[in-house]
Design a protein around this ligand. Structure first.
Ligand SMILES: C[S@@+](CC[C@H](N)C(=O)[O-])C[C@H]1O[C@@H](n2cnc3c(N)ncnc32)[C@H](O)[C@@H]1O
Length: 182
């Protein structure tokens, strides 16, 4: 599937980074490199761009898009390891960091990723498919309290307690294995 994603606040983000042509810039949520390509286009040969994403599909799409820029280094990782990953390539200080948090349109649209209930598919939802734990493991295994915390803190869901109780009641009849069931 083609990697389609319209970059959010593209102009504003690029302006806000105040890019110096010889600077070092990091995108911790590279996706298809919509923002990344604009950063690279503003760098001289002395500048550097490091793009990080935990989704292998994003890494493939971004690698193609940024292939012409020798300043670009692409790393598959969770951005929580950014400091260690940068140190690994000799970078201890940077001029700007971008985080465009959330899912990409590609992840929502691509079949079998389990991010959407528009189609009924396995309840996966892993951004990093080298990890074992799926959304199905979580909704079928976590307590009401843990599910409430996830929905409330990460989803800002006001009905989190009721939804968590609903999930636990439903899974007592049969495990939830598809996005449609959830
Ligand atoms: C909204 S998209 C980024 C789109 C990108 N800015 C562009 O314009 O093409 C978010 C990306 O962040 C990645 N992502 C989300 N959380 C991450 C994390 N903790 N570590 C690394 N990548 C993450 C997702 O896999 C997804 O590709």
């Amino acid at each position: 599937m083609e990697f389609k994603h319209k970059s959010v606040l593209l102009e504003e983000t690029i302006q806000g980074l105040h890019i110096r042509p010889d600077g070092i810039y990091v995108d911790g949520t590279l996706g298809g490199a919509g923002h990344g390509a604009q950063i690279c286009a503003r760098l001289s040969a002395q500048g550097r761009f490091i793009g990080i994403d935990q989704d292998q599909d994003a890494i493939v799409a971004a690698s193609e898009r940024l292939a012409a820029w020798k300043q670009a280094v692409i790393i598959r990782s969770n951005y929580c390891y950014m400091v260690q990953k940068l140190a690994g390539i000799g970078i201890r200080q940077v001029d700007g960091i971008l985080l465009d948090l959330g899912v990409s349109s590609y992840q929502l649209d691509e079949e079998q990723r389990g991010f959407t209930y528009r189609v009924d598919e396995p309840l996966d939802m892993r951004m990093d498919r080298s990890q074992d734990r799926t959304a199905a493991d979580i909704v079928n295994g976590y307590s009401v309290q843990e599910l409430t915390r996830i929905l409330r803190d990460y989803g800002e869901e006001r009905y989190a307690p009721a939804i968590a109780r609903g999930i636990v009641a439903a899974r007592e009849k049969a495990p939830l294995t598809s996005t449609g069931q959830l």
